[in-house]
Design a protein around this ligand. Structure first.
Ligand code: BTN
Length: 276
């Protein structure tokens, strides 16, 4: 099966005419690995690897947010991790930035518009088509001469469902997950998608460095929840309210049913459902 695919990921094909400033100077493609985030974290120890991207055709231990597993069959997804070293964007803003970039990438590939479910699930027709796992580490700066000088590195892990059919998804995910092909009733080209993804990420990270307002505005346009009544789980407690905004550092802003306005940060909150 895999041999018949014409869209197998190939670093040279992804790099050809890739118009990026920062992302994708080095591109690696693994046939199979545990998790691309782990490989990228190893490369991140060398600051010359800023912008490096690791792709894999298969992961044996793919991770999702909040301790979940990330399932994918061989050669049916985009599974990649990007190393960001010299980066002065905070984690919350970076998470929103990547969500905007992935939604735009998928929106261009599919026939329907991809939307963002806070903090960074990407949805097509109400089902999850992609997810982002942002991991960070503080590493000593090797050549600084100062023992305590550390630089913060980010690993942005992105999983996009491309060729999955409903029946190939784990039973418990069929109602909530989908793929680009399933929603567009066609077969997407993963090499093209990978190129688009890297140029969208490059574009939006550059934009975030200059002006975070631009990210928030675009996030608002793509949000599935803004203006809707939703319920969230925060530290084990349920809250109900209208989503009235997003703060790049503090997270989701809800006007609770009690009338109080409250922020919910991504690290401790999950959206249970849109109730409207
Ligand atoms: C989520 O839970 O929504 C985030 C999913 C992130 C999955 C990607 S696949 C590539 C990278 N490697 C991993 O182990 N996870 C991320």
């Amino acid at each position: 099966m895999i041999g018949q695919r014409t869209d197998l990921l190939d670093p040279d094909k992804i790099k050809a005419n890739l118009n990026t400033k920062h992302i994708g100077g080095k591109i690696l493609v693994y046939h199979s690995t545990s998790s691309t985030n782990d490989i990228a974290a190893e490369y991140a120890k060398n600051k010359l690897n800023d912008g490096l991207v690791v792709f894999a055709e298969e992961q044996t231990a793919g991770r999702g947010r909040t301790g979940n597993k990330w399932f994918s069959g061989r050669a049916d997804s985009i599974l990649c991790s990007i190393v960001l070293i010299e980066n002065n964007i905070n984690a919350e803003l970076l998470s929103l930035t990547c969500a905007v970039a992935v939604a735009e990438t998928i929106g261009k590939a599919g026939k329907s518009r991809a939307k963002i479910k806070w903090p960074n699930d990407i949805m097509l027709n109400g089902k999850k088509v992609a997810g982002i796992l942002l991991e960070s580490k503080s590493l000593p700066i090797a050549d600084s001469g100062l023992r305590d000088l550390k630089s913060k590195i980010y690993i942005v892990g992105i999983g996009i469902n491309c060729h999955q059919k409903a029946e190939s998804l784990p039973a418990e995910l069929r109602k909530t997950a989908t793929s680009i092909d399933a929603e567009s009733h066609s077969i997407c080209d993963r090499v093209l998608l990978a190129k688009r993804l890297l140029s969208c990420i490059d574009h939006w990270i550059e934009a975030a460095r200059k002006n975070n307002r631009q990210i928030i505005d675009r996030w608002r346009e793509l949000s599935i929840q803004l203006g809707h009544r939703i319920s969230v789980l925060f530290n084990g407690n349920k809250f109900f309210g209208h989503c009235i905004g997003i703060d790049p550092e503090k997270g989701l802003i809800l006007r609770l049913d009690t009338g109080a306005v409250r922020m919910f940060d991504a690290a401790h909150t999950s959206v249970i459902k849109s109730t409207e």
